[in-house]
Design a protein around this ligand. Structure first.
Ligand code: ARG
Ligand code: ASP
Length: 719
C-alpha cells in the first residue's frame, strides 16, 4: 500500500516536470539556468549562448518586434523579414484600392524599386537585457506606503533607462516581471524604414478567413514579407531613397527538411500578455461578466459590417482590417470561455486556493488573508471593468466612428483655449490632424457608422448600470422621446464629422471662434458625454481598484513562489522576448476525434468553394495542383501547409520564428487551436497547440505561385 502511494507520488512528480516542457514562456537570458538542459534532452542541438548572447551573434539578433504587436524574423542578409499576412494586413490594405487591390490579388515587388514605403511602421531589435531589480528597488523599505514606494521606483526607473542609452541611438524599455517582483531592462534598436516586399492574395494569406480563425485543421498561408532599410552605416534612419538594405548580425536559414511528430520545436518571439497566476475571482469575472457582454456587442458590430461589406467590394476593402480586428478577439473570447469551462478552471483554481490558504495559515501568516482581499476587490472591480470595456467598444475600438473623429479635435481645442495661442504648434497639429482625417475617410462608410451608432447606444443603455449613463441619454429621452434612431438621424445631419471636406476645412481654418462650433457639434457632444462619465465616474475607481489589484498580485505571486518552492516559474507574458519550446504533436479534440499534426494542399482543395468568400481557391493554385507542379516542396505527392505543436504562445507571438533542433526556420507561428485558446489563463498540455505555417508552403507560394523566386536567392535554404 505504502509502496503504491510512493510510486504514484513519483509518477506525479515526473509528470509535473514533463508537463513543463510545453507550458511556459521563458526568459532568453536565463535559459542556461533553467531550461537548456531540458531543451537539449528534448533534442535541441544548440547552446543557451547560441540563442541569447551579448558577446556573439545569436538567434535573438534575427528576431524583431514587427510594428506594435507582432513578431518577425530575418531570413536574408539583405534585411528581408517575414511575418504573418495578418500582421502586415494594415500595410497591405493601406496600399490597396479597388484598382490596385493587393488584398485580393496579392502584391510582389519584382525589384527593390517596387517595394512599398510604410509610414509609421517600425521593427525593433533587442540589443541586450539586464536584471535591474535591485536598482529599481533601491531606497525603498517595507514600511513605506505603496505610494511612497512607487514614487521612488518611478524615479529609479527613469534613471536606469536614461543611463542605459546615454550617447546612443538605442531606446530603453523597462518592464516588471512576476507582477513587479522582478524588473528587466531592455535596450532596443528601432528601424523606421520598413518596406513591403510581398504578400500573397487574401485567398491564400487569409484563406479560411474568420471562419477558420482560431481553428485546427488550418490551411491559411498567413505570411507577408518586408525589408528593413538602414543608412549607409547600417543604422536606423527615416525613409530615404538613399537608404540601403539592412545587414543583420544574424538571419535564419530556412529548412525544407520539414517536421515529424515528436520533433523538438521552439518559438522565439514577443508574447503579449497572459494571466497565469490570477485568483479564481478573475476567471469568474471574465467568464461570467466581461466576456459574455463584450462578445454580444461585437456580434452586433460584425453582423452590421458583414452585411454592408458583402454588398459592396469597396466597402469590403474599407472595413477589412476593422472587421478582422473586431472578429479576432470576439472569437477568442468565445473560445476562452468554452475552454475554461471544459477545463473546469475555476474549480481547479479554487482547489489550489484552498491548499494555498491552508499553507498560508500555518506557514506564512502574512499571506493568509490575500484571497479574502481579492474577493472584495473583484466584487467592485468587475462592474467598473465592464463599463470601461463597454466604453471602449462604444467609441475607441471601432465603435461610433463619427464620435471618435470628433474626439480627435481635442488637441486643437486645447491649443486655442490658451491665453496666448502658439500658432506654430497649432500649425503642426493641424497638419497631423489633416493627415489623420484623410486616413479616417479612406476607410469610412457612413451607412455602417449610422447603423452601428444606433445599435451601440441602445446596447449601452440596456447593459450598463444607470449610474454610468452619459447625459446624452437625457437628450435622447427628452427631445427625441427615447427614439434612438431619431437622435442618430439628427446626429448625422447636424454634425460635420461625417464629411471629409467639411472636416478638413474645419481643421484647416480652426481658430478661437471654432471652439464654440466644436462644442455644439453633436458628435463632439456625444463623445464628450461618454468621456465625462468615464473620466469622472469610472476611471478614478478603476485606477484605485487596479492599483489595489497590482499590490495583491505582487504579493500573491511572491507567495505562490514560496508555496511551490520546488517549481520553476515563468513570468506572465509582457511583450518581451521569450522562448517557448515543445514538440510537434497532434491532439484529441473531443471524443473519438484525433487531429494529425499537419495539413496539406489536399485540404485546401477539399475546402474549395467558389460560393463562400473565405474558401475561394485561386485559379493559379488550382492549376499547380492539377499539374502536381510542386517542385522541391513536394512531400508524398502533395505540399505540406500548416502544423501544430505544444509551444505555449499568445497574441504577439504571431509572426514568430518556429525553429527546429538545429535552430533553422521550419515555420511561422500564427495562431492557436480552438480547444486551447484559454492558454492565456490556464495551459492544458493535452489540447493547447500553437499553429504554424510550414516554410515549405511559404516558399512554394513565393516560388511557384507568385513567380518571385528571385527572393529565394537571397535566403539560406537547407534542403
Ligand atoms: N487568431 C490569430 C491571432 O490572434 C490570427 C488572427 C488573424 N485575424 C483574423 N481576423 N483572422 O492573431
Ligand atoms: N494570432 C495571434 C497573434 O496575432 C497569436 C495567438 O494569439 O496565438 O499574435
Amino acid at each position: 500500500m505504502i509502496k503504491k502511494t510512493l510510486l504514484t507520488l513519483l509518477v506525479a512528480l515526473f509528470m509535473q516536470t514533463m508537463a513543463k516542457a510545453d507550458e511556459g514562456m521563458w526568459i532568453p537570458m536565463l535559459l542556461e539556468k533553467y531550461n537548456i538542459e531540458q531543451m537539449q534532452k528534448m533534442g535541441f542541438k544548440l547552446t543557451a549562448e547560441d540563442v541569447y548572447s551579448v558577446n556573439q551573434a545569436c538567434l535573438k539578433d534575427a528576431v524583431v518586434i514587427f510594428g506594435r504587436g507582432c513578431t518577425g524574423e530575418l531570413i536574408s542578409d539583405k534585411g528581408l523579414i517575414v511575418t504573418n499576412h495578418h500582421c502586415g494586413y494594415g500595410q497591405i490594405q493601406y496600399h490597396s484600392s479597388v484598382e490596385n487591390d493587393y488584398l485580393t490579388n496579392g502584391f510582389w515587388a519584382m525589384s527593390p524599386e517596387e517595394e512599398l514605403i510604410n509610414p509609421g511602421l517600425t521593427v525593433t531589435f533587442l540589443k541586450r537585457m539586464e536584471d535591474v531589480t535591485e536598482k529599481v528597488f533601491e531606497g525603498t523599505t517595507s514600511d513605506m506606503t505603496n505610494e511612497e514606494r512607487q514614487k521612488i521606483i518611478g524615479r529609479n526607473i527613469a534613471k536606469i533607462k536614461s543611463e542605459a542609452v546615454k550617447d546612443t541611438h538605442y531606446k530603453a524599455v523597462l518592464k516588471p516581471f512576476f507582477h513587479g517582483n522582478q524588473y528587466f531592462l531592455f535596450v532596443n534598436e528601432v528601424f523606421k524604414d520598413v518596406r513591403l516586399v510581398g504578400a500573397p492574395p487574401s485567398a491564400i494569406g487569409k484563406f479560411g478567413g474568420d471562419t477558420d480563425n482560431w481553428m485546427w485543421p488550418r490551411h491559411t498561408g498567413d505570411f507577408s514579407m518586408f525589408r528593413i532599410y538602414a543608412d549607409k552605416d547600417n543604422k536606423p534612419a527615416e525613409y530615404s531613397k538613399d537608404n540601403v538594405p539592412y545587414k543583420p548580425a544574424k538571419h535564419f536559414p530556412v529548412s525544407l527538411k520539414g517536421v515529424n511528430e515528436g520533433d523538438f520545436t521552439m518559438v522565439f518571439g514577443y508574447p503579449g500578455s497572459t494571466y497565469q497566476y490570477v485568483p479564481s475571482y478573475h476567471l469568474q469575472m471574465l467568464t461570467e461578466t466581461i466576456n459574455p457582454k463584450l462578445i454580444d456587442v461585437r456580434t452586433e458590430k460584425l453582423a452590421i459590417m458583414n452585411r454592408f461589406q458583402e454588398a459592396d467590394p469597396a466597402v469590403r476593402i474599407k472595413y477589412a482590417a476593422k472587421n478582422a480586428r473586431i472578429s479576432n478577439s470576439w472569437k477568442r473570447w468565445i473560445g476562452e470561455n468554452r475552454g475554461l469551462e471544459i477545463l473546469d478552471a475555476i474549480n481547479k483554481k479554487q482547489q489550489f486556493e484552498a491548499e494555498f490558504n491552508k499553507w498560508a495559515k500555518s506557514n506564512a501568516v502574512e499571506y493568509s488573508d490575500l484571497l479574502v482581499k481579492y474577493e472584495k476587490v473583484y466584487k467592485d472591480y468587475t462592474n467598473y471593468n465592464l463599463t470601461y470595456g463597454y466604453y471602449r467598444e462604444m467609441i475607441r475600438s471601432n465603435g461610433m466612428e463619427i464620435a471618435y473623429l470628433a474626439s480627435q479635435m481635442e488637441a486643437l481645442k486645447a491649443l486655442y483655449s490658451a491665453d496666448e495661442v502658439n500658432e506654430e504648434a497649432a500649425g503642426k497639429v493641424k497638419e497631423k490632424l489633416k493627415e489623420r482625417v484623410e486616413l479616417f475617410f479612406k476607410d469610412y462608410y457612413k451607412p455602417i457608422d449610422k447603423e452601428l451608432s444606433a445599435k451601440l447606444l441602445a446596447m449601452y443603455a440596456e447593459n450598463i448600470d444607470k449610474a454610468f449613463q452619459p447625459d446624452v441619454y437625457d437628450l435622447i429621452n427628452g427631445k427625441f422621446k427615447g427614439d434612438i434612431q431619431k437622435f442618430v438621424d439628427y446626429l448625422f445631419s447636424k454634425s460635420i464629422f461625417d464629411d471629409k471636406e467639411a472636416t478638413l476645412a474645419f481643421v484647416n481654418d480652426f481658430s478661437v471662434k471654432s471652439i464654440k462650433k466644436l462644442e455644439k457639434d453633436p458628435a463632439y457632444v456625444l463623445n464628450n458625454s461618454f468621456k465625462t462619465v468615464y473620466e469622472d465616474e469610472v476611471y478614478p475607481k478603476l485606477k484605485k481598484y487596479s492599483s489595489e489589484l497590482a499590490e495583491l498580485n505582487k504579493a500573491y505571486m511572491a507567495a505562490q513562489m514560496k508555496f511551490e518552492s520546488d517549481k520553476v516559474f515563468y513570468p506572465d507574458a509582457n511583450f518581451t522576448l521569450r522562448v517557448s519550446y515543445g514538440q510537434v504533436k497532434g491532439y484529441t479534440a473531443r471524443d473519438a476525434v484525433y487531429y494529425k499534426h499537419f495539413t496539406t494542399l489536399e485540404g485546401i482543395m477539399e475546402k474549395d468553394n467558389p460560393d463562400i468568400y473565405d474558401y475561394r481557391v485561386p485559379a493559379k493554385l488550382k492549376e499547380l495542383y492539377k499539374n502536381k507542379d510542386y517542385g522541391r516542396y513536394e512531400v508524398d505527392g502533395t505540399v505540406p501547409v500548416c502544423f501544430v505543436a505544444t509551444n505555449h504562445t499568445t497574441g504577439g507571438n504571431s509572426g514568430s520564428p518556429v525553429l527546429n533542433a538545429e535552430g533553422h526556420l521550419i515555420g511561422i507561428n500564427f495562431d492557436r487551436a480552438w480547444e486551447g485558446v484559454m492558454s492565456d489563463l490556464m495551459f492544458n498540455p493535452e489540447q493547447c497547440r500553437n499553429i504554424s505555417l510550414d516554410m515549405r508552403y511559404v516558399l512554394f507560394i513565393v516560388d511557384k505561385m507568385a513567380g518571385a523566386g528571385y527572393l529565394l536567392d537571397e535566403m539560406t535554404i537547407i534542403e
